[in-house]
Design a protein. Sequence first.
Length: 477
Amino acid sequence: MLDVLTQKVHDEARQGEAFAPFINDPAQYQKKFYIESYGCQMNFSDSEIVASILQDAGFGATRDCAEADLILLNTCSIREKAEQTVRKRLTEFRKIKVANPGLLVGVLGCMAERIKSKLLEEEQLVDIVVGPDAYRSLPGLIEEAEGGQKAVNVLLSREETYADISPVRLNSNGVSGFVSIMRGCNNMCTFCVVPFTRGRERSRNAFSIVKECRDLFDRGYKEVTLLGQNVDSYYFTPEATDNNARRDTVTFASLLEMVAKISPLLRVRFSTSHPKDITDDVLYVIAKYKNICKYIHLPVQSGSTRILQMMNRTYTREWYMAKINRIREIIPGCGISSDIIAGFCTETEEDHQATLSLMEYSGYDLSYMFFYSERPGTLAQRRYKDDIPETVKKRRLQEIVNLQNRLSRESNEKDLGKTFEVLIEGNSKKSDQDWMGRTSQNKVIVFSKNGAYCNKGDYVNVKVTDCTKATLLGEIV
Ligand code: 5AD
Ligand code: SF4
């Protein structure tokens, strides 16, 4: 039950979405691929790069895995459960492979990187294994696999950013698009497998980022989310070869500004920020531009300085609190969300209480909450014993979830009677008589279509009349 709860509050609720790109007529392609993505937004964004590479190699997308020549799973390793889900899915594909022996099955992403060629032995039906920096080699690997060989490329790169590849927008609502600005992570949080699966941090060419955002806007998109494991350490120095007047180094603050200037009608979001790296410059730029959304995802992980140290987060409880104060001071009304881990190695009841009190202090609008899952090869796995019993981890997680539910409700209740500018994303899930959109603070708001003529992608002012802990309800004013 708890796992369901955790998933609901995390992006992994999107796990296993099958993507069928709305691109050129699939009939024009001789072969078809089917792709499923798991895990973080970065993985979903990577799948759009993979789709672009495959399209250029003559593969069209299909929504139906039974008619595919190639099935790909873009996988996540962040918690053990994510890997279990993928393994289960692979066994389900076994049936299709029996019916269609020519079918190729490929594993992409973090799990491919973590388990490498061992995956081919463990999962007999896997033909292709490709790590996050090797997607350009997919067409060659597919050819190898078609010739009956198992094909693997899990080389990590210090340079690859796929800057020149135009992602094929998969299952997009046509309003919001994700744009990858950097890859990898240098932080080495002790619990985290990402630095091992996604490699060293590198920033993408700023001009190619701005170009991609502008292209999206020209195609009718109204919102871009700039993605990176740690966006605040974005750093790009233009070279003489960059056909642009600008020569000074681009930081995350200046990148945000460059993207915000594309048009006041293009909303800019970003994820994820690290408390140690988010600067006042970034906060001032967010405050300065109306179209940069007033929302920061600022994972705390734990409220105990001792645990934060063991996690190698490089900030203390007090430092984090000061950051929250600074955000509230520079960007009044800013939405703030967090990631929290319950039951990290040696965590005491006192440490746990410190997490609860820091959540209360921060007044998060939303949190993604997990219990600690030891990952092979991480610093924590090598250094510490995973010594908190599962029952204790789950009980603590439940307390964290309960508190977050109250905080989310309180945050929504504070919005009652206020009017927000909302970007309409589409019909509400429950009724096509209602629109669903988001406020700048990233809150979902549902309101009746009655009484006003507007469309998906429009900005409207909506007054909040009611709320649940997860959603605001309102009416157009
Ligand atoms: N166990 C539990 N949660 C984890 N996260 C990362 N690694 C682990 C782990 N081993 C969480 C962190 C991170 C989010 C993306 O996933 O909270 O911010
Ligand atoms: Fe993992 Fe920490 Fe990097 Fe986030 S910042 S990806 S938690 S190592």
